[in-house]
Design a protein around this ligand. Structure first.
Ligand SMILES: [Fe+2]
Length: 393
């Protein structure tokens, strides 16, 4: 076993990352280095009651910082959560945000930091054309991000996914400076995650690396990161799933998650395009949904990605260096992690698929799919994933 003190580092790509077991102890120092005296710690409702949140607040207070908690954030956060957080930020006279949590907590926190000093409404900053230029950068609050799951990678993402309740769509709010200034990546914070969450978020990390790797755009930096990210997931996700206290496995999964979100600057694809509407309408878990649709999307994209997956199979040291070997690996990994094979099993109803397909076709993730997708082909994918029909492509 690798010594844990070797799984530690200070990295400045893609942002400043303090990585390693116990690094949460540097939270107050990180806040102070960004000029914060009174950070607002933003997390989600489920995490707020856990000791790690109280301990983080304690660390700040002991170091002479004022610090309050805002936790009115639901899974798949909505605009009202962001607006309430901005109110808390303003009324508490806060000067920075500690984004603490899994994808929901981190995304809500980053959106709150963005909105802290804006005059326009949230949806004006959706990731369309050059809408991000509308942001008053001086009105953005600094962010220290502390991931507590290994999957979303939102700690190094430049966007937040927020659900618009008026039309039940997940919208991407984007600004290049939404990338948190400092990340504290402490794998110990993930040891309490139950196996089914470890599995679901770990598969989200895999989907980020895999979709980025398959996307057709030229971005060799991201390509290399995605490849190594998938190798770490192959080697360590099962171990993290079977023994949540295995800090070596938790460490490698945490960085694989960060790598996934770094890589997907190259693009995502149909897995995310299918998953976003299902999450927005039926509140399915994001990573779990990606995991369910993953093999169907691989089959659909086969003609465009075969060569790449052969290279992937070689790097992953699979028994054969073929497309089928990668597909088999994904299917076996899902089975080992007890992830269902169909959308039916995670609560997506067949009679909702037509509407979901319309929404999926509008999802920005479609742009990175190796084979262009539209409403008809996405409906075919939803139906295949609903019925468990992998042979129909
Ligand atoms: Fe994702």
């Amino acid at each position: 076993m690798t010594e844990l003190n070797k799984l530690r580092g200070n990295w400045n790509y893609p942002t400043a990352i303090r990585f390693g077991v116990g690094r949460i102890g540097e939270l107050a120092d990180a806040c102070k280095s960004l000029g914060m005296k009174n950070p607002l710690l933003v997390t989600d409702k489920a995490l707020a009651g856990l000791p790690m949140v109280a301990e983080a607040v304690d660390l700040c207070k002991k170091a002479g910082l004022k610090c309050s908690v805002f936790s009115d954030v639901q899974g798949n956060p909505v605009e009202a959560n962001v607006n309430a957080g901005v109110e808390a930020f303003k009324s508490g006279l806060h000067d920075g945000v500690i984004a603490f949590g899994g994808g929901s907590g981190l995304d809500a926190a980053k959106a709150i930091a963005l909105m802290a000093g804006q005059t326009r409404p949230l949806w004006d900053f959706e990731d369309r054309e050059d809408w991000f230029t509308r942001v008053d950068v001086a009105g953005m609050a600094p962010v220290v991000a502390v991931p507590t799951t290994a999957g979303t990678g939102s700690e190094v993402g430049r966007a937040s996914v927020i659900t618009d309740e008026s039309d039940h769509t997940k919208k991407i709010i984007f600004h290049p400076k939404m990338l948190p200034e400092i990340v504290i990546a402490d794998p110990e914070l993930t040891t309490g995650l139950p196996p089914h969450i470890t599995a679901a978020v770990g598969m989200d990390a895999l989907s980020h690396n895999l979709e980025a790797y398959c996307s057709p755009f030229y971005h060799p930096l991201a390509q290399g990161i995605a490849l190594e990210g998938m190798k770490l997931i192959k080697d360590w996700l099962p171990a993290a799933y079977h023994d949540g206290k295995n800090l070596e496995a938790r460490s490698h999964m945490m960085i694989a998650s960060t790598m996934g979100a770094t890589a997907f600057q190259k693009g995502l694809g149909a897995m995310h395009a299918l998953s976003h509407p299902a999450g927005a309408v039926y509140n399915t878990h994001h990573g779990l949904t990606n995991a369910v649709v993953m093999p169907y999307v691989l089959m659909f994209n086969r003609s465009a990605i075969e060569e790449r997956l052969v290279a992937l199979a070689r790097y992953l040291d699979l028994p054969e260096h073929t497309f089928e070997a990668v597909l088999r690996w994904v299917l076996d990994l899902r089975t080992e992690l007890k992830i269902p094979h169909t959308l039916k099993e995670i609560g997506v109803p067949e009679n909702g698929i037509s509407d979901l397909s319309v929404m999926a076709a509008l999802d920005p993730s479609c742009g990175g799919n190796p084979i262009p997708v539209d409403e008809v082909s996405l409906k075919g994918l939803y139906l295949a994933a609903f019925h468990g029909d992998l042979a129909g492509f």
